[in-house]
Design a protein around this ligand. Structure first.
Ligand code: ES4
Ligand code: ZN
Length: 327
């Protein structure tokens, strides 16, 4: 993909980015070496060749395995610092960054280790470049709700950094209502809320209905299948819920960029945004994702690109000062 000058120069806002999904093969090898971990791949090319999945569970297996190299505070620092540098290079001014604490605490890395590394990197990057990053804590939906609740309690001392909570991982058999109590508590604690409704999953439209009507989220991650039910689109518009769509990710875990769907969402006045999800695995950061939508059927014009960034800052949970500096 070629990134044209307009896309390169546009001030951008990213709302759907998993920090563990930015672990590029080069950094993965460097961290493995620093921590004395033997990776089952000869080199970076062999590792990239293993990024061969065609559905969500296939991707998730590779994603969780890759995290095993993240052990120390410095590892989390290096991961977030690399993303912040990449974001700055693409003129991303503000990002709300997902992290999956349970994927780390479940293998013996402490919540403090992880959060201190991530926040120190974002703090340093902010001072150096003006890029602002905030965290959104995702619960893993394939674990029990009790584990999510315990994780929510662990996060409370870090509310200055964590602006909201989300729900991700394997959607099959793990509907939004499984986490009803967890999200009610999160709301009571003042967190904003989003949930993944991954594209083309079983029960997609029912899950979208649940996140709107039963959970009361502030926005929806992916959520493209709402187009199958005009009542869902009407509810999304009426409540001003944004959708954080990830075209290159969609092309890898389902079929295609969902470019026609993104066009339709824009044309129907939904607050849709374009994001990168797991750019080390679905190659392309936010600029590449935008550039992929220049051709038909998305046919993004410069005005559409500005609209997408306005939508993003509008549905973001950024502080007023950040909002005012944007666009
Ligand atoms: C994810 Cl694409 C996707 N879906 C669900 N959970 C995830 N975690 C990281 N990427
Ligand atoms: Zn995601």
């Amino acid at each position: 993909t070629t990134i044209d000058a307009f896309i390169a120069g546009l001030p951008k806002c990213e709302l759907h980015l998993h920090i563990e999904g930015t672990l590029e093969p080069g950094l993965k090898f460097a961290l493995a070496e620093r921590n004395g971990i033997e990776l089952p791949y000869a080199d970076e090319a062999a590792l990239r060749a293993a990024y061969d999945f065609d559905d969500l569970p296939g991707f998730l297996a590779v994603y969780y395995e890759g995290m095993s190299v993240l052990r120390t505070e410095q590892d989390f620092y290096d991961l977030a610092a690399a993303y912040a540098a990449k974001a700055h290079s693409q003129n991303v001014r503000y990002a709300e960054i997902f992290f999956d604490p349970q994927a780390h605490t479940a293998r013996g890395v402490s919540f403090d280790t992880m959060i201190r590394g991530l926040t120190r990197a974002l703090d340093d990057a902010g001072r150096a470049t003006g890029f602002t990053g905030r965290l959104v804590m995702c619960f893993l939906r394939d674990f029990q709700a009790e584990f999510a609740m315990a994780t929510l309690v662990q996060s409370l001392p870090y509310k200055d950094w964590i602006v909201g909570v989300g729900l991700d991982s394997d959607e099959a058999g793990n509907p939004p209502v499984k986490f009803r109590e967890v999200f009610a508590r999160a709301r009571a604690e003042g967190y904003r809320m989003t949930m993944h409704c991954d594209v083309d999953q079983k029960n997609s439209t029912e899950h979208i209905r649940q996140v709107i009507e039963e959970i009361g989220v502030d926005r929806i991650d992916h959520g493209v299948n709402a187009l199958e039910d005009p009542a869902l689109i009407a509810a999304i518009r009426e409540k001003g819920l944004g959708l954080t769509v990830c075209p290159i990710s969609n092309a890898h875990v389902t079929d295609g960029l969902k470019a026609a769907e993104i066009r339709a969402l824009l044309d129907q006045g939904v607050k849709v945004t374009v994001n990168s999800d797991d750019p080390a695995y679905f190659p392309g950061y936010v600029a590449e994702n935008l550039a992929a939508l220049r051709p038909a059927p998305a046919s993004l014009t410069d005005a559409d690109l500005v609209r997408l960034q306005r939508n993003a800052i509008d549905i973001s949970w950024a502080a007023p000062a950040v909002r005012d500096r944007f666009l």
